[in-house]
Design a protein around this ligand. Structure first.
Ligand code: URA
Length: 433
């Protein structure tokens, strides 16, 4: 078999066989297929697509590129969730303690941020002492004992995705349905949970820009999950502006705490409760969505959810006092207000640009080697539908850097202001199961 022939076949829009897909994934992971040939195939897949069968084969080949985690020693039905990536997306920090409060084992494997999107592991490391690297046995013990654990992915979990994702990131081939579906589902299948809830983001800050595309991605992933005997639900949620009001690390932890104390913003609370409700249903605690949703709301109101977060921080070695005293989290030296140059209503906020601005302030990584400044980030003072006058603050940039001109300009340009008030009144568009 030759990589050259596989590239030609896909370039001409033909279906690849299981053997050809396996040959490519194995060869690229091991290093016998060079970046330039892999990039040519990725671009061909980007333009010609893959059918459901090819996408499922690609997913399986990626799972088999490394070590899958066996979580069978965890008692009960294990649930996991995954987001296709957004800005200000702190849902995992909220749903892990929330769903665990119901006694459902939540075995959450999370990643780090790259580019304009944040990662749960980076956010948690803003908490002094919080441990994110666990051996398989420690992880299983924690889930069995406390019903919850969050861990970074082990070194050899889907190595094919690590290489392919890095290559896609620099070859403009991220936003392809078969490539996203296989990347997400290979990690979730290899992570070993029985049930998976997927948060498929749609809008200006997401890889999928239209609801139709997002639904197609959601359906593809749900089908792969089911074909591999994992109960899977996908929820298409809004990313036409950052989620909540905080983007960064420390400040996102503070906002997650607010949601768990019942003081969260409407968008954040609704998306978190919807995802948690489906995790609760798949985990067997409830049958009906409304029942699960209102039970979870009660858990927040009773104070049980925030206690559970405190407990999670404690068992993972972090400082639980941050829950009651958020000043203990890293704080930036400078706080720069970005002011409106126009009068009117906020008609849209480009979430990707807010993410890029936050990254330039130090909240994210430009390259994998960059170190994160946990205190850096952006607080959005205005969101879509809000009125602004000239000179009013749109957002505040938090940083320790002296030169913030580029970040300020990008944040300023992320805001679109017009005469017509537009409200985003839907945060959840579709449920695919
Ligand atoms: N998230 C992933 O894990 N992979 C993608 O390709 C896109 C989002």
């Amino acid at each position: 078999m030759r990589m050259y022939d596989i590239i030609i076949k896909k370039r001409n829009g033909e279906e690849l066989t299981k053997e050809e897909i396996q040959y490519f994934v194995k060869g690229y992971t091991e290093g016998s297929i060079p970046d330039y040939q892999a990039a040519a195939l990725l671009m061909s897949i980007y333009f010609k697509g893959m059918n459901k069968k090819e996408t499922a084969e690609l997913t399986i080949a990626m799972v088999n590129s490394g070590d899958a985690v066996d979580l069978s020693e965890i008692n009960g039905i294990k649930v996991d969730k995954h987001s296709t990536g957004g800005v200000g997306d702190k849902i995992s920090l909220i749903v892990v303690p929330l769903v665990a409060s119901l006694g459902i084992p939540v075995a959450k494997m999370s990643g780090r941020g790259l580019g304009h999107t944040g990662g749960t592991i980076d956010k948690l490391e803003a908490i002094d002492g919080f441990k994110t690297e666990y051996t398989k046995d420690e992880f299983i013990n924690n889930v069995n004992k406390y019903k919850m654990a969050i861990s970074g992915q082990s070194g050899n979990l889907v190595p094919a995705d690590k290489k392919l994702y890095a290559l896609r990131d620099v070859t403009a081939t991220i936003d392809s349905i078969p490539l996203i579906a296989s990347s997400v589902m290979s990690k979730k299948i290899a992570s070993g949970a029985d049930c998976i809830v997927l948060d498929v983001k749609v809008g200006s800050g997401a890889f999928m820009k239209s609801v139709e595309e997002a639904v197609e991605l959601a359906e593809t992933m749900v089908e792969i999950g089911k074909s591999l005997k994992r109960r899977t639900v996908a929820i298409v949620t809004d990313m036409n502006q950052p989620l909540g009001h905080e983007v960064g690390n420390s400040n996102e932890i503070i906002e997650a705490i607010d949601v768990l104390k019942g003081k969260g913003s409407e968008d954040e609370t609704e998306v978190a409760l919807t995802i948690a409700a489906y995790m609760a249903i798949l985990g067997g605690a409830y049958e009906e969505f409304e029942e699960a949703y209102s039970a979870l709301r009660e858990i927040i109101e009773s104070g049980k959810a925030i206690d559970k977060l405190k407990h999670l921080i404690k068992i993972q070695g972090g400082d639980p006092e941050i829950v009651d005293n958020t000043d203990r989290l890293p704080r930036a030296k400078y706080h720069i207000e970005v002011k409106s140059e126009y009068e009117g209503f906020i008609t849209s906020i480009n979430a990707e640009n807010i993410g890029i601005s936050a990254m330039l302030l130090g909240a994210g990584r430009k390259t994998k080697e960059d170190k994160i400044d946990f205190s850096a980030g952006i607080s959005l003072k205005k969101k879509v539908g809000d009125r602004t006058a000239i000179g009013e603050t749109l957002c505040i940039l938090h940083t320790n850097l002296g030169d913030t001109a580029e970040a300020e300009q990008i944040a300023q340009c992320a805001y679109n202001i017009g005469n017509i008030q537009k409200k985003i009144d839907r945060y959840v568009y579709r449920i695919i199961q």
